[in-house]
Every structure is written in structure tokens, then in C-alpha cells.
Write a protein that binds this ligand. Structure first.
Ligand SMILES: [Zn+2]
Length: 144
């Protein structure tokens, strides 16, 4: 985790942090290394990388590792999420759900270590997400 002065923040710095994370990824079985860097509203950058298990289903994506680490450290609002892979891929469906719930205001930067592939938002990536409002509406229906 890196505490950062707000004014010195740059997207390339965030990508650089995600690239450092990518190098440490534990991608024992796929060798598909992913690095993530999440920037909290206070300027803190929280990293994550994918962690694979011999029991494949237990594998965890870089984005969710970063989100869980950030939430565990007490961060609740985020401005940016950078995702770095060798080919510039977008988050998987499970991560999109978690990003929607916990980082809905963050700009999402899809990158390789060399270049930005896309800048997007979770609302663009997942326009009809299941959310807490859906549960509330369902509860109201049961009551009435
Ligand atoms: Zn994922």
C-alpha cells in the first residue's frame, strides 16, 4: 500500500503500480499474470494480483484481491482502478459484480505494461447489474 499526495497522482503511476503487482502474480497454472491497482479517494494506492490455487476454483482475480485488501484496510471510496495484463483484458464477470458494488465511481483503466488499451467505467461494462436496490424491491414486494 502506498500513501500518495493527491496532487502528484498520475495515471501512469497507477499503471506502473499495477505492473509491479503483475510481476508478483501467483499464476502457477495458467501463467496468465494480472496486476491491479486501486486508488482510494484519499490518494492511497492498493495493489492486488491474481492468486491461483491447485484447486482451480479457489483462484482469486487481481481486482478482487485489491478490492478486498482496500476494504480490509478501511477504504470505502475509490477514484481509479488500473488493470494490467500482457494483452490488455477487461475484468471477468465476477469482478465486474464486485467493482459495481464497491468501486462504482472509479474510472477503470485497461492497460498493458506499455500502453493504455481503454478507459471505461463499471456502468459501461455492466449496464444492468444486480444491486442492493433489487433486494430492497423484492423485500417490499414480499411485505405488500
Ligand atoms: Zn475476475
Amino acid at each position: 500500500m502506498m500513501q500518495k499526495n493527491q496532487s502528484s497522482f498520475t495515471i501512469s503511476e497507477l499503471i506502473s503500480h499495477a505492473t509491479t503487482m503483475q510481476k508478483s502474480a501467483i499464476a502457477t497454472y495458467s501463467n496468465f499474470k494480472v496486476g491491479a491497482a486501486l486508488r482510494s479517494i484519499d490518494g492511497t494506492i492498493i495493489g492486488g494480483f491474481n492468486i491461483e490455487s491447485v484447486s482451480y476454483g479457489l483462484t482469486m482475480c487481481a481486482e478482487r484481491v485489491a478490492i478486498f485488501s482496500a476494504l480490509t484496510a478501511g477504504h470505502k471510496q475509490f477514484t481509479h482502478l488500473a488493470l494490467v495484463t500482457d494483452i490488455g483484458v477487461f475484468p471477468c464477470g465476477a469482478c465486474r459484480q464486485m467493482i459495481y458494488e464497491f468501486c462504482s465511481d472509479a474510472s477503470i483503466i485497461i492497460a498493458t505494461p506499455q500502453a493504455i488499451i481503454a478507459t471505461t467505467s463499471i456502468k459501461e461494462l455492466m449496464p444492468h447489474a444486480f444491486c442492493d436496490n433489487d433486494l430492497e424491491q423484492s423485500k417490499k414486494r414480499l411485505i405488500s
